[in-house]
Design a protein around this ligand. Structure first.
Ligand code: AGP
Length: 609
């Protein structure tokens, strides 16, 4: 997964490209580069390593010019190196390209071009694009790019620049994100919104298969057959600082603290003022339609998968419809049983995760009804699904997902209650209590956040451990899964989540006084059993950090430390219990001097299979 950027206008291209790449660095950061037409030649500068390495290289040597492209890379084909960094140029250095995605038929094209005498410098799949452009170019840039698009297969968001057409950028996308920003006397192309938001809020969302011809005063969009496509201007309502750190040391901490607002924004307009029902006008379902669902699948990856597990609980408990949850990268290989009475919900913060997109496409191919839950308006998954419900978390920049998770849980709760309302499977008084408590979640998160200082102390104390367990029952187990992922992905501590009742069937053998155990005990219906599991691990000398409801004296008696969350309905406890686990992971990573926002080996949105 990489970040691409383009500029054409009256300003200095290099200045915008570097600033835009800074905003996109979380998308990939093993190498970076820019190409600028300086009035005579295409100046290409690139460097392996973080963006700072490129900045250093450009010191006093920044190419001047009003049109250019840039790229920050997360390697898929070819190790991180100067040569494999984008942009890539053709043999004559007349064309250059930046690309996010994978060209699946690049080897056959490369063989054909090598046989024609083209010289390749890199090991990347991307380089074939620009040599193919050189090969088919007969004097018309647009026609040549269209021919390249006709020949290549795979996923891409790409931008071409040509010194033969020094006032034009041409871009296209398939299964990867790309947005065009509309300025005054300048236009911008980027992988996503934070890179352009300081310049313009007016954007075009480009659909798969479309090609855009971008000049400083015009943007023309064409479909696959070359017909012009009229685009609606989409106003972006993210404020500029929303994509900045807002005074926090890391995006992740900022986003943890943004959760009350993100949850409030996601709830807005979705609960009747008397808490009697959920409003989801974007669905407009009827009782008959919901009753037609024989089965629901929820499919996702990573944190979104953990939110899907909670979603299963909500829909089954409230709407009494059978739900199956699947990891997206597994879903399409097990020939899922889907027909037009099946609802498939895909959950994806970025709306670009290729495994989730593939599962969505398979679900549609099999005739299922599809619903996307995503955080990015106009994302590929949002546009592919039959219907979409947006979380309103705002940009989530940190690789570790936090506010996306809690807002996904909110949407799951709304959806479960909405379906229950249509099916009349929940008594009115219970619905009122549930929705009333849902509205209080933002305050509950604010209260949970007040224990940040104490959690920071625990984190420091246990951050030297190399192994840690998270245990819980029922919904606590699903939250334990999310808590352990958070810790693993940013602090690199090995953490494992276990159903508390399952420990004694083998894994208990790993519990010693060197293995702290985080025990979630918020589910009253299984509290006594969870308490006995805590005693089990205490008997093996484990240090226990309990996560419990405010005032739980018993938990305080058995656990070494307790982090309390405010009292709430059992169903809604995950929304609060996850907050101390996010903070525990964050401060553990800080104590271990890890790169919290850009952890090793990971990227924010995984657009490779
Ligand atoms: C979450 O902390 C991880 N970074 C990762 O598991 C992420 O949730 C997963 O890749 C799914 O991403 P998506 O929600 O954008 O589809």
């Amino acid at each position: 997964m990489c970040g691409i950027i383009g500029y054409v206008g009256n300003g200095e291209a290099a200045e915008f490209l570097m600033q835009g790449l800074t905003c996109l660095e979380y998308r990939g950061y093993d190498s970076a580069g820019i190409a600028v037409f300086d009035g005579r030649d295409l100046r290409i500068e690139k460097a392996v390593g973080r963006l700072d390495c490129l900045k250093e290289k450009l010191q006093g040597n920044t190419p001047a010019g009003h049109i250019g492209i840039g790229h920050t890379r997360w390697a898929t084909h070819g190790a991180p190196s100067d040569l494999n960094a984008h942009p890539h140029a053709d043999c004559t250095n007349s064309f250059a390209v930046v690309h996010n995605g994978i060209i699946e038929n690049y080897l056959s094209i490369k063989e054909e071009l090598l046989a024609k005498g083209h010289h390749f410098k890199s090991e990347t799949d991307t380089e074939v694009l620009v040599h193919l452009l050189e090969d088919v170019y007969k004097g018309n840039f647009e026609v040549a790019v269209r021919e390249v698009l006709r020949r290549v297969e795979g996923s891409y968001a790409m931008v071409f620049i040509s010194k033969k057409d020094p006032d034009t950028l041409i871009c296209s996308k398939q299964d990867n994100p790309m947005v065009i920003g509309l300025g005054e006397g300048e236009n911008f192309i980027a992988s996503d919104i934070p890179a352009i938001i300081t310049k313009t809020r007016r954007t075009y969302i480009i659909n798969d298969g479309e090609m855009a011809v971008v000049k400083k005063d015009s943007v023309w969009v064409f479909n696959k057959s070359g017909e012009p496509v009229t685009k609606k201007v989409l106003e972006v309502n993210w404020d500029a600082e929303a994509a900045e750190k807002g005074g926090y040391e890391h995006f992740m901490l900022k986003e943890i603290h943004e959760q009350p607002k993100a949850v409030r924004d996601t709830l807005t307009g979705h609960i009747a003022s008397d808490n009697s029902s959920v409003i989801l006008n974007e669905l407009g379902w009827t009782a008959e339609y919901v009753n037609s669902f024989a089965k629901v699948y929820i499919v996702a990856c990573g944190t979104a998968y953990h939110a899907a597990l909670v979603g299963k609980y909500y829909i089954e408990r409230l709407a009494r419809i059978s739900v199956e949850v699947d990891i997206a990268s597994e879903f399409r290989y097990r020939q899922p049983i889907i027909n037009d009475n099946t609802l498939i919900i895909v959950v994806s913060q970025s709306g670009e995760t290729i495994d989730t997109m593939a599962a969505l496409k398979e679900a549609k191919r099999l005739g299922g009804k599809t619903l996307a839950v995503t955080n990015v308006v106009g994302s590929s998954i949002a546009r592919e699904a039959d219907q979409v419900i947006y979380t309103c978390a705002g940009p989530e920049i940190a690789v570790a997902s936090t506010k996306a998770y809690t807002t996904q849980l909110i949407v799951m709760a709304l959806l479960g209650a909405y379906m229950a309302g249509l099916r009349k499977t929940v008594a009115p008084e219970m619905m009122q209590s549930l929705l009333g408590n849902l509205k209080k979640i933002p305050e509950g998160i604010e209260t949970a956040l007040q224990q940040e200082k104490e959690i920071k102390e625990f984190a420091k104390k246990y951050s030297t451990k190399e192994d840690l367990f998270y245990i819980g029952r029922a919904l606590d187990y699903y939250v334990a899964l999310e808590g352990s992922l958070k810790l693993k992905e940013i602090s690199y501590i090995h953490a494992e989540a276990y159903a508390a009742g399952e420990l004694k069937h083998g894994t208990l053998a790993l519990i010693t006084n060197e293995v702290p155990v985080v025990a979630l005990a918020t589910q009253k219906s299984v509290y006594e059993k969870t308490l006995s599991n805590i005693k089990e691990v205490k008997a093996r000398e484990a240090v226990v950090i309990g996560i419990g409801l405010q005032g739980d004296k018993e938990l305080q008696h058995y656990a070494d430390h307790v982090i309390f969350i405010p009292e709430t309905e059992e169903l809604l406890a995950p929304l609060l219990a996850v907050v101390p686990l996010q903070l525990l992971a964050y401060y553990s990573a800080v104590a271990r001097n890890c790169d919290v926002d850009k952890p090793r080996n990971l990227a924010k949105s995984v657009t490779v299979e």
